[in-house]
Design a protein. Structure first.
Length: 274
């Protein structure tokens, strides 16, 4: 798949008007879409291939390396849980768009882009309108269903809660680093304004030193990056399409969005909470 896309730039964003995920190849006359109408939140920027506008783009060089770039400063794009402006990715990377963290799957994007190339080459018949290629689904997979996604709510809730704990811990460590500055400033003020109570200044300086050492230790021993990577790997293994012939990772779209869509964007099977 990747060989055909070498040297190409894939544009990704919200479809104007219909609200699906729109995929385009820069300079190509056709586009394709993923998901259902209205499935992409407003926090994802629109994709207008003719104007070279998109939420983000994936550039694939001649060696097959892929680089994801956020197209505008006001956009928000995440890779493996961290906000980025430009970052090297691979087929296993977890990408989320917008403040709503709408999840997209790298393999689905590549598959959709390949379908565009096939359509341009005349190997695919039929389309969904001017310049449009049929929605990209899992080739050879029978949709079937409906399949229950009720168990995925617990998977999403566990993932969100664990990710939140990691972020709170990082925030607390960051706040701890500001305490020594406050105590040091207070000690300096005491020395300058009331030198007769200089011993208090020494105490405050000592406290600042101790807190600083604690903060340095916590930063040095913090395993947030490793924990986040393991958490994402576990989530990607569990948050998958319930269709036994698909089992494709459903992306980082919140469970409430998955429930609203009621369809797997990869194999197109029907999903239900029953």
């Amino acid at each position: 798949m990747i060989d055909a896309l070498k040297g190409k730039t894939i544009l990704i964003g919200k479809e104007p008007g219909q609200g699906r995920l729109l995929i385009a190849i820069k300079g190509a006359p056709k586009v394709t879409t993923l998901g259902q109408i209205g499935s992409v939140p407003n926090s994802v920027s629109r994709c207008k291939p003719a104007e070279g506008v998109a939420h983000c783009q994936i550039e694939i060089d001649q060696t097959g390396n892929m680089t994801l770039t956020n197209m505008k400063a006001q956009n928000v794009t995440y890779v493996n849980g961290f906000e980025i402006m430009s970052k090297r990715i691979d087929s296993t990377s977890t990408i989320m768009l917008g403040k709503d963290r709408f999840g997209v799957n790298v393999m689905e994007i590549l598959n959709a882009a390949q379908q565009i190339l096939i359509a341009i080459g005349g190997s695919r018949s039929g389309n969904n309108g001017p310049g449009s290629v049929g929605g990209a689904g899992g080739a050879g997979i029978q949709p079937g269903g409906p399949y229950s996604i009720k168990h995925l709510k617990d998977v999403w809730d566990d993932y969100s809660a664990s990710l939140k704990k990691i972020k709170i811990r990082q925030k607390h460590i960051g706040l701890l680093s500001s305490i020594p500055i406050a105590f040091t400033m207070l000690g300096t003020i005491i020395i300058g304004v009331a030198p007769e109570i200089r011993p208090f200044a020494i105490v405050f300086t000592g406290i600042a030193l101790i807190v600083m050492l604690i903060g340095l230790y916590l930063r040095f021993t913090d395993k947030s990056i490793e924990e986040t990577e393991k958490l994402n790997e576990k989530f990607q293994d569990r948050y998958v399409c319930p269709n036994p012939k698909c089992h494709h990772f459903l992306g980082n779209q919140p469970y409430k969005i998955l429930r609203q869509n009621k369809i797997c964007s990869y194999c197109k099977c029907q999903l239900t909470e029953e």
